[in-house]
Ligand binder design. Structure first.
Ligand code: S3P
Length: 442
């Protein structure tokens, strides 16, 4: 079955009710493999996201000689090889659609003794990599890219890295994490300052693996020469996957959904803050901690959303949730304005353009701007929209059907498997009238 051939067909109306546990956090799952592979000892991971992106990371480490058992029902056992224990892979490491795999691995591999080549699919091969290759080169890394600065990344082994201080021009957890991982192999201290807070899973997990780290406001720093000590990890559910149901239950009539064991790390909860500003009814039940990360069950009920000006400070804290939030804006009363979000143009697709076009197809006045969008809430019609192979676009338009006047068909949905393989079944279980159709049989 070709990825491109999968179409989602969603019948209009209905509601979402019940309890569900969405799959594990993608960012934490990637990091659980990377850090435990470099650790001394054996790490047991539970709640691991068995989706294409994280499996790409897992396969890369297997190709570098790390013994990994599983995944089986979210459980993975990683036999760490220590910071100097990776072996040269026989072939280029293919990372599919996964920007996190490529950018974090670029840092980690820049300090190895062997050469590596990182490749990806057509979307990943278009995404900007200079944001990591430039600071890595300043540390002494030897990396070749295409003329446009994109993948494949050819990383030369044996470079002597030196710690630098880097003021990040964009708020990016991937860049920050890349440099910290390179810093594990660099002489002296590597420090990174971020222009706005971004997800801090790398820092939390390094601390969980007993690696000394200096955090001082917007600065994080580490020195090489220490070691990572194996540490079991309980991966919470991914708030970025939960987001589709936070929006879906907010816009549907008579909805009442509880999402269990969701990660509510404050660097990830912008979607809750934005929806609450729009008038959403969202309650965090039983907040607790799991493996160094805060989690809670999230209860969400129908509400009348109103348009808002989205505070720019919340943008990095909700960076993956804008496809879903644009749907919320389309269903809200009045105008919603987003600015300061140019990063959305360089995600798995140009999420500003693709969402604006899809919403326009569904009869909504959505005006893209260079760094955001102006959305006037209105009545969604049915229609056929394109996801451009972007998992989050596919899922966002699926939940839009809860408020549409006719069926919505979304093309090219195979990449939902990169982050949320059981999306269709789970959404159906909560009440969304969705089916996935293989194009060949249409
Ligand atoms: C991620 C960071 C974010 C996010 C991506 C995952 C991570 O990217 O969009 O889906 O795991 O570090 P940026 O850091 O580039 O904004």
């Amino acid at each position: 079955m070709q990825n491109e051939s999968i179409t989602f067909r969603v019948q209009p109306g209905g509601t979402l009710r019940g309890e569900a546990r969405v799959p594990g956090d993608k960012s934490i799952s990637h990091r659980s493999i990377m850090l435990s592979a470099l650790a001394e000892g054996t790490t047991r991971v539970s709640g691991f996201l068995e989706a294409e992106d994280c499996l790409a990371t897992m396969n890369a480490f297997r190709a570098m000689g790390v013994r990994i058992e599983g995944p089986e029902a979210g459980r993975v056992i990683i036999h760490g090889v220590g910071l100097r224990g990776l072996k040269a892979p026989q072939e280029p490491l293919y990372l599919g659609n996964s920007g996190t795999s490529m950018r974090l691995l670029a840092g980690l591999l820049a300090g190895q003794s062997f050469d590596t080549v990182l490749t990806g699919d057509s979307s990943l091969s278009r995404r900007p990599m200079k944001r990591v290759t430039e600071p890595l080169r300043a540390m002494g890394a030897v990396i070749a890219t295409t003329e446009a600065g994109t993948a494949p990344l050819r990383i030369k082994g044996g470079a002597r890295l030196k710690g630098i201080h880097y003021d990040m021009p964009v708020a990016s957890a991937q860049v920050k994490s890349c440099l910290l991982l390179a810093g594990l192999y660099a002489e002296g201290e590597t420090s990174v300052r971020e222009p706005a807070p971004t997800r801090d899973h790398t820092e939390r997990m390094l601390a969980g693996f007993s690696y000394p780290l200096r955090r001082d406001g917007d600065l994080v720093a580490l020195r090489s020469g220490d070691k990572l000590v194996a540490h079991d990890i309980d991966v919470p559910s991914d708030i970025s996957s939960a987001a589709f149901f936070l929006v879906g239950a907010s816009i549907a009539e008579s909805a009442n959904v509880t999402l269990q064991h969701v990660g509510i790390n404050p660097t990830r909860t912008g979607v809750i803050d934005i929806l609450r500003l729009m008038g959403a009814d969202i309650e965090l039940v039983n907040p607790r901690e799991a493996g160094g990360e805060p989690v809670a069950d999230i209860r969400v009920r129908s509400s009348r959303l109103r348009g808002i000006e989205i505070p720019e400070s919340l943008v990095p804290l909700a960076i993956d949730e804008f496809p879903a939030l644009f749907v919320a804006a389309a269903c809200a009363e009045g105008e919603t304005r987003l600015s300061g979000a140019a990063e959305l143009r360089v995600k798995e697709s140009d999420r500003i353009q693709v969402m604006a076009e899809g919403l326009q197809t569904l009869g909504i006045d959505a005006q893209p701007t260079s760094d955001g969008m102006l959305v006037r809430g209105g009545c969604l019609s049915g229609g056929r929209v394109e996801s451009h192979g972007d998992h989050r676009i596919a899922m966002a338009f699926s939940i839009a059907a809860l408020r549409a006047a006719g069926p919505i068909e979304i093309e090219d949905c195979g990449n939902v498997n990169t982050s949320f393989p059981n999306f269709v079944e789970l959404a159906r279980g909560l009440g969304l009238n969705i089916v996935a159709v293989d194009g060949e049989v249409l």
